[in-house]
Design a protein around this ligand. Structure first.
Ligand code: FRU
Length: 491
């Protein structure tokens, strides 16, 4: 029987969601049906469609008692809302159904695993418990497992936190058995990832500490994901309380560890690390394997340190574009899913544009755009000193992408992009560039800009709030820049 809380949420979201006009949302990014969205959950392919669930509070544009929202898509770009999948309606999850994952059982049902949150006392006073719980369903309706919770603090070794124990990501191994990784805090307060095993997906037991932070890369590690990609093993994490170091910033960050997996001890051996996304708005990434074998990642296109709730908005929260992952030379590469190419139209191509000062180019404008740029210095001339690309631009607004070749520094700046809040509006990242050569792919979808550097070697993502009338694009060079552009509208 469906709980009152879920029935209520389903009734509410349908009415409220219909009040939001299509053109007030991104066109090919999933945005929340109504109210608040954070992490992607249960990203999977089930019964002929991609399923994407998400952390959801339908009633307000604010984080609150977490539900799971639900949407499906055939192409990862056009999403259809389904009714909310989970509501916090049991003793063990009454304070929230936190993040988790999905897989398909041998009998064809879909299994969800999520974190159930319950506090001893309401508010912040009482101890909070986080346990891992299951729900089984048919792609539309889900029933919580009668033996929930299936993993609790009692299953953990000495010293593991019972409060910070969340975000299970499950997968099935070739031998048919199951594994899941869960974020946790060790006795010293730093993050660690615990590995669990199961023969049937329902009865779980503790296996090992897969990886630990030992106070590097932030404190609590949220939203782990672990998979093999080519020859490498990849551990994706969203650490809290990062200290700035190398390419990492303070606060909530994204982290990709690349290394090996020791099958004997079931532990991870880290070789390399890198941020997943060096922009402003990206967090809690989750992946799935598509039927054709691609490893596809989606992230919450926000970050706790940069949230700007717009007071009159009817929705808050969108997902990044799903991105195809690969590892080359020990580095994670990401590219927007190839399905995006089917949305391209109105191709415009400029070759060998040479300029200094500011220019605009005929036909290069818009807010749903896919634009590839290849820039270099003018032959035989000294390297330019600066290149700035401004998008979502009119007299009042612009979002800027600025490249300084001498320092190989790429900066996104959304100070003039409609936000009225003093949250983070600027981020810089070192990029690989020799003599001012750089490749950029810039994607705009009404309320965001995603930048892919050097064929996916780095990504920089930012949400913008700019009025849609601001649709200009300009280029400005200090020195002489030589560039090729291919630009499409995305419809
Ligand atoms: C990450 C996170 C998760 C948690 C969820 C709660 O953004 O804090 O660790 O499951 O959000 O909404």
């Amino acid at each position: 029987m469906m709980s009152q809380a879920l029935r209520e949420a389903r009734r509410y979201e349908e009415a409220a969601g219909n009040r939001i006009k299509e053109e007030e949302r991104p066109a090919f990014h999933l945005s929340v049906r109504t109210g608040w969205m954070n992490d992607p959950n249960g990203f999977s392919y089930y019964d002929g469609a991609y399923h994407l669930f998400y952390q959801y509070y339908p009633y307000e544009c604010q984080w609150n008692f977490m539900h799971w929202g639900h949407a499906v898509s055939k192409d990862l770009l056009h999403w259809e809302y389904l009714p909310a999948a989970l509501a916090p309606d049991q003793g063990y999850d009454r304070d929230g159904c936190f993040s988790g994952s999905a897989l398909t059982l041998p009998d064809g049902r879909q299994l969800l695993m999520y974190t159930g949150v319950s506090k001893e006392k309401p508010g912040n006073g009482g101890g909070e418990r986080q346990t891992q719980c299951l729900a089984v369903g048919n792609g539309l309706d889900y029933e919580k497992y009668e033996k929930n919770p299936v993993i609790t603090a009692a299953d953990l070794p000495e010293g593991c936190s019972a409060k910070d124990f969340r975000d299970p990501k499950m997968w099935q191994r070739e031998d048919g058995s199951y594994r899941c990784v869960v974020g946790n805090r060790a006795a010293d307060g730093s993050g660690q990832i615990l590995l669990f095993q199961s023969r049937d997906g329902f009865a779980w037991e503790y296996k090992s500490v897969l990886a630990s932070s030992r106070n590097r890369f932030g404190k609590m590690w949220e939203c782990p994901d672990f998979f093999k990609l080519g020859e490498a093993w990849v551990l994706l994490l969203s650490p809290q309380e990062m200290l700035p170091e190398g390419p990492y910033y303070n606060g909530n960050g994204t982290l990709c560890l690349i290394g090996d997996f020791d099958e004997e001890t079931e532990t991870f051996i880290k070789r390399q690390d890198q941020p997943i996304d060096c922009g402003i708005d990206f967090y809690a990434a989750q992946t799935m394997q598509a039927p054709d074998g691609r490893r596809i990642m989606v992230g919450w296109m926000q970050n706790w340190d940069a949230c700007d709730f717009q007071p009159d908005a009817l929705w808050f929260g969108q997902m990044s574009l799903p991105r195809e992952l690969s590892v080359k030379d020990g580095k994670l590469y990401q590219k927007p899913v190839r399905e995006l190419e089917n949305l391209r139209c109105g191709k415009l191509k400029y070759e060998d544009v040479s300029f200094s000062g500011e220019i605009e180019l005929d036909g290069i404008s818009g807010r749903r755009v896919d634009m590839e740029l290849s820039v270099r210095p003018e032959d035989g001339m000294e390297c330019y000193r600066k290149l700035e690309i401004q998008v979502a631009k009119n007299k009042q607004y612009h979002t800027s992408l600025c490249f300084l070749p001498e320092e190989s520094l790429l900066t996104v700046d959304r100070t003039f992009s409609g936000s009225r809040k003093a949250v983070i509006h600027q981020r810089s990242s070192r990029v690989n560039s020799e003599n001012g050569n750089l490749k950029l792919r810039i994607l705009l979808d009404r309320y965001s800009m995603e930048v892919f550097v050097n064929d996916g070697e780095q990504a920089m993502t930012t949400v913008i709030y700019t009025d849609q009338e601001a649709d200009g694009i300009s280029f400005a060079a200090n020195g002489t820049v030589h560039m090729d552009i291919v630009k499409y509208n995305l419809v």
